[in-house]
Design a binder for this molecule. Structure first.
Ligand SMILES: *[C@@H]1O[C@H](CO)[C@@H](O)[C@H](O)[C@H]1NC(C)=O
Ligand SMILES: *[C@@H]1O[C@H](CO)[C@@H](O)[C@H](O)[C@H]1NC(C)=O
Ligand SMILES: *[C@@H]1O[C@H](CO)[C@@H](O)[C@H](O)[C@H]1NC(C)=O
Ligand SMILES: *[C@@H]1O[C@H](CO)[C@@H](O)[C@H](O)[C@H]1NC(C)=O
Ligand SMILES: *[C@@H]1O[C@H](CO)[C@@H](O)[C@H](O)[C@H]1NC(C)=O
Ligand SMILES: *[C@@H]1O[C@H](CO)[C@@H](O)[C@H](O)[C@H]1NC(C)=O
Length: 431
């Protein structure tokens, strides 16, 4: 056994033993052993158990469908995947033919997201049965199967549902792992190519459009996501360092302002065109410049090399609640995030999506909640309308209704005098 193999064995052994220690009886837990005495007694009472099986690889299959955000299966032994039928075959022995269906995308429970994620069926095939398809391609490295479908086209979800869980699942393989990507869109893999390259040294496989049977010594289907928190994994500091190194970002911390600083702190204003736009951007820029900021206004694009460099060159980043703020992951440590929160009782959403995550990344977080007068909704609805008086009633009508009013039809016109207080807090935080 060469070193590489030993390494995977260790990783899998760790994963399995960690779980194995926990109590059995989960609906979706099956650990298959090649030979156990009791099974032999039941099925083959006259066979001397061990010698007959020497040389056969041990097979393990462990699925967990009790995690809040993702279902995962780990398997080891003889694992074969047929892309065009989205089926994974695992050779096992002395276990009844078991099967699972896994959607490898970490937003379980969100029906809309999961609709567009491929179902992979995992079949434990009894040893010696003829139903294992013939391998057409063999690999020595392990594989990870995941989907970039769901909401993966949105920057926030790309990070929270895919990139961070992928990092959490694959980093320990030290690039010795191959990614099998379902619901692949070439823009997606192009956009995140640097991150993918940093996690795997092998070319990824578009597993939907594929007439091969790929055979692997081990495989993980679905990405680890142990909690319900957005933009989060238990080692955010490591993840941020990993991103900085993927994009060769230079600044690890922000500018330290003193009273005699000559250099101006850089403020990045994330603008949006169609929805949640700043209506009086010029005034905001002017005010910030007066206060000593060097101001950059940009709409975030899909070139992560450019975006990451720009964000990393800034000390403060502000924007209205939206996916563009996700790029705060590239800010240097101690950077300040200012989230402008539109009308609509969105505090919880704002805090869950960016407030808590930014703090976990070592950033400072400020929130500016706009008043009714600062919302363009005031041009569409009277003051006493339920849109202002009772946003909860709109929320109860469903996400679609909520989204349409508060996220799609709302722009903001900041009260610059009031907003300056928030900017001045940001300056204090840089001292
Ligand atoms: C499945 O995951 C949950 C949540 O992480 C964990 O508590 C549980 O022990 C796991 N079950 C198995 C069988 O590994
Ligand atoms: C498992 O499936 C194979 C092929 O479908 C079949 O030959 C075998 O009898 C099945 N075994 C059990 C225990 O159901
Ligand atoms: C995927 O699997 C689920 C659960 O087994 C099933 O309800 C659903 O219809 C399947 N979807 C597709 C597209 O096959
Ligand atoms: C799926 O791939 C297998 C080879 O793995 C091939 O034999 C089969 O014809 C393909 N099916 C379709 C529908 O393309
Ligand atoms: C820096 O300036 C602030 C306000 O202008 C002042 O309160 C503070 O004492 C000064 N600090 C130093 C170290 O000079
Ligand atoms: C992204 O921008 C960088 C730097 O401007 C450029 O070199 C690179 O080609 C761009 N990448 C894509 C995919 O457009």
């Amino acid at each position: 056994m060469d070193q590489k193999e030993t390494k995977y064995d260790e990783i899998f052994a760790r994963s399995f033993s960690r779980h194995d220690q926990k109590r059995f009886g989960y609906t979706a837990l099956v650990v298959c052993f090649i030979v156990t005495c009791c099974l032999c007694t039941v099925f083959k009472p006259y066979l001397a158990p061990l010698p007959a099986y020497i040389g056969i690889k041990e097979t393990k299959l462990l699925c967990n469908t009790t995690k809040p955000r993702s279902d995962t299966c780990m398997m080891k032994g003889d694992v074969r995947i047929q892309g065009n039928s989205s089926t994974i075959f695992v050779l096992s022995s002395h276990v009844e033919n078991a099967s699972w269906t896994i959607k490898p995308y970490a937003r379980k429970g969100d029906e809309k997201a999961m609709q567009s994620v491929t179902n992979f069926s995992i079949k434990a095939i009894e040893e010696q049965a003829e139903t294992m398809p013939k391998c057409t391609k063999m690999y020595n490295e392990p594989a990870i199967v995941f989907s970039v479908g769901g909401y993966g086209g949105n920057n926030f979800h790309a990070f929270t549902d895919v990139i961070i869980p992928l990092y959490a699942t694959s980093r320990e393989f030290n690039r010795e792992v191959r990614f099998l990507v379902a619901n692949k869109r070439s823009q997606w893999t192009t956009k995140f190519q640097k991150v993918l390259d940093k996690l795997s040294r092998y070319e990824n496989i578009d597993i939907d459009n594929d007439n091969q049977v790929h055979c692997f010594p081990s495989m993980i289907v679905g990405l680890n996501k142990e909690d319900r928190q957005e933009l989060h994994t238990d080692s955010m500091n490591d993840f941020i360092r990993f991103l900085r190194s993927s994009y060769s970002l230079e600044r690890s911390t922000t500018i330290k302002l003193t009273n005699s600083s000559i250099k101006r702190p850089r403020l990045l204003i994330v603008s949006r065109q169609k929805t949640r736009a700043f209506m009086n951007l010029k005034d905001v820029v002017g005010a910030a410049q007066e206060m000593g900021f060097e101001v950059i206004v940009t709409e975030m694009n899909a070139n992560m090399t450019q975006v990451s460099r720009l964000v990393n060159s800034c000390d403060v980043m502000m924007g209205v609640h939206g996916a563009g703020l996700t790029n705060m992951v590239f800010l240097p440590e101690n950077g300040v995030v200012i989230q402008v929160v539109p009308c609509g009782k969105m505090e919880w959403l704002a805090n869950t999506d960016f407030g808590e995550p930014s703090k976990a990344m070592g950033l400072k977080y400020l929130e500016y909640k706009i008043s009714e007068e600062e919302s363009t909704l005031i041009d569409q609805y009277p003051h006493n309308h339920q849109v202002f008086r009772d946003p909860g009633s709109i929320q109860r009508k469903g996400w679609g209704a909520f989204r349409s009013i508060y996220l799609d039809k709302q722009n903001v016109k900041l009260d610059v005098a009031k907003f300056k207080e928030t900017l001045s807090k940001a300056l204090e935080l840089l001292h």
